[in-house]
Design a protein around this ligand. Structure first.
Ligand code: ADP
Ligand code: ADP
Ligand code: MG
Length: 463
């Protein structure tokens, strides 16, 4: 097994990795920026080293600083978490060149999956259905107009290097394309330093269904079932659940098999996610992208499968083979996650970080809270606004919904606004309760959901 792992991340995911290491007797080296001196991951690690100023570019994205610390501290592995350098192929290569095990796939695999436009070509060639769209990148407005004409409006312009829902613009007709093109490109440049674009047909009212993959170095690839992440704002997930209610066993098997094929097509190793859109007809599905890292919402899969995904990442990176096969994977009960963000849904989800004045997390049977917050700590404005992940596990979906409502009633965070009340409203919405949410749900129902007085009425008539 690995002996000493550098955790090249912060926040709740740094804690998550640290906990898995601790349980495997792996020592941890935490890194932190000047803004994170008092962070929990710093306090709980075997050793912690400051790597620079608050700005991510000067700290958590500073590859040289991270590698220097890893070597000086005697680490043999590096866990990148999610975000930051987790999908940076050059960083994976640099770790390998320094004799450090990058806990994730090879730089080569990250490169193949990381350009979302190039990944489409690879998947098509591997027989995985992809969303209709441009063949390869589109390089000019004229090019984009021609590609859009071919696939038919409405279309989405998407950044090849995109992530976190950024660099994506919808376009309903040719007249709107030049402006959308400029906006998407500028956002991609600002967020990813890369403004290569491609184009996809907009799938109307789809569901976001993704499959969790684990692959070892011995060539075993398994999937751990699916997650429905259709409740989104600005193409970013808010509520995730497993298993997806809309999949029949037959469709689940077909999509799972496509996900495994997708992972094999890029020579996958470690934990990864294959994202699909499921058409409104509930039958056709399309590959959207592969995330070559642990996912924010990995916990719901852990709850229904009983598999500790970060532990598996560490085992695989240590060279061990998977200790179970596809037929051993069982999905038990239903799990759900609410992401609690420091943001104001009533002001277009504007991030509002600040100091925690009072904090109470829910608990009890079937409840898990992943968060790095504690009473009095500050949620930094420099990084993403995720404050806590509330997870529940129950025998049935309705029981999971009821448990999550109870958790949100108990959850108290004073000091800054969050989306907790909005999530509570969603959990009472008939469309959600029925399992009928598409990715359009939140946008279409936002005004109604933000009318918090509604809750009492709905509660009274609740099933
Ligand atoms: P998930 O599918 O795991 O929910 P998200 O797309 O929500 O992934 O992103 C998870 C985290 O990683 C967020 O903090 C997001 O800002 C960040 N992230 C995702 N992709 C990128 C990227 N290409 N570059 C920088 N940060 C990213
Ligand atoms: P990111 O890398 O930012 O996560 P994705 O390609 O995974 O980008 O897309 C993010 C979200 O945008 C999806 O979950 C989905 O809701 C929406 N989306 C992306 N592509 C399409 C499409 N072709 N049609 C409809 N919705 C889409
Ligand atoms: Mg995605």
């Amino acid at each position: 097994m690995l002996k000493r792992v550098l955790i090249a991340n912060r926040g709740e995911i740094a804690l998550r990795v640290l906990r898995a290491c601790r349980e495997l007797d792996i020592e941890t080296v935490a890194v932190y920026s000047q803004a994170d001196e008092e962070a929990l991951h710093v306090q709980l690690a075997t050793q912690a080293v400051c790597i620079g100023p608050a700005r991510a570019a000067d700290s958590y994205l500073n590859q040289d600083a991270l590698l220097t610390v890893a070597k000086a501290a005697g680490c043999d592995g590096v866990h990148p978490g999610y975000g930051f350098l987790s999908e940076n192929a050059d960083f994976a290569d640099a770790c390998a060149a320094e004799g450090l095990t990058f806990i994730g796939p090879s730089g080569d695999t990250i490169r193949k999956a990381g350009s979302k436009s190039a990944a489409r070509d690879i998947m098509r060639a591997a027989g995985v259905p992809v969303t209709p769209g441009s063949d390869g990148p589109v390089t000019s407005v004229e090019d984009a107009l021609a590609a859009a004409e071919k696939v038919g409006y409405p279309v989405l312009l998407k950044a090849s290097a995109g992530g976190g829902g950024r660099g994506i613009r919808r376009c309903d007709d040719a007249g709107a394309l030049p402006a959308a093109w400029a906006e998407a490109k500028a956002e991609a440049k600002a967020c990813f330093g890369n403004d290569e674009m491609y184009l996809e047909k907009l799938v109307l009212r789809p569901r976001h269904i993704e499959f969790q993959i684990l692959a070892d170095r011995q060539g075993h690839v398994v999937h751990l079932g699916d997650r429905d992440c259709s409740v989104q704002r600005r193409n970013q997930k808010l509520i995730e659940e497993a298993p997806a209610r809309c999949l029949t066993p037959g469709l689940r098997a077909r999509m799972g098999e496509a996900a495994v094929r997708a992972a094999r097509a890029v020579g996958y190793e470690g934990a990864g996610t294959v994202e699909f859109l499921l058409d409104a007809d509930g039958e056709h599905f399309y590959f959207m992208e592969m995330n070559t890292r642990i996912q924010v919402e990995h916990g719901v899969t852990e709850l229904v499968t009983g598999v500790d995904l970060v532990r598996q990442q560490l085992r695989i990176a240590s060279g061990l083979s998977l200790d179970f096969a596809q037929e051993d994977v069982r999905l038990e009960g239903h799990a759900m996650e609410c992401r609690i963000n420091a943001e104001n849904p009533a002001e277009d989800f504007r991030p509002c970080p600040g100091q925690v004045e009072f904090l109470h997390f829910p608990g009890g049977a079937g409840v898990r809270v992943d968060s790095c917050l504690y009473d009095g700590c500050t949620l930094s404005p420099y990084y993403d606004s995720l404050a806590a992940k509330l997870l529940v596990h129950a025998p049935t979906r309705l029981e999971a919904i009821r448990k999550m409502r109870r958790c949100l009633e108990e959850f108290t965070l004073e000091g800054f606004p969050t989306n907790a009340e909005l999530s509570y409203q969603i959990l009472y919405h008939p469309t959600f309760v029925r399992g009928g949410c598409t990715t359009a749900f939140l946008d279409e129902n936002l005004p109604d959901l933000l009318d918090f007085s509604r809750r009492v009425r709905e509660k009274e008539g609740d099933a």
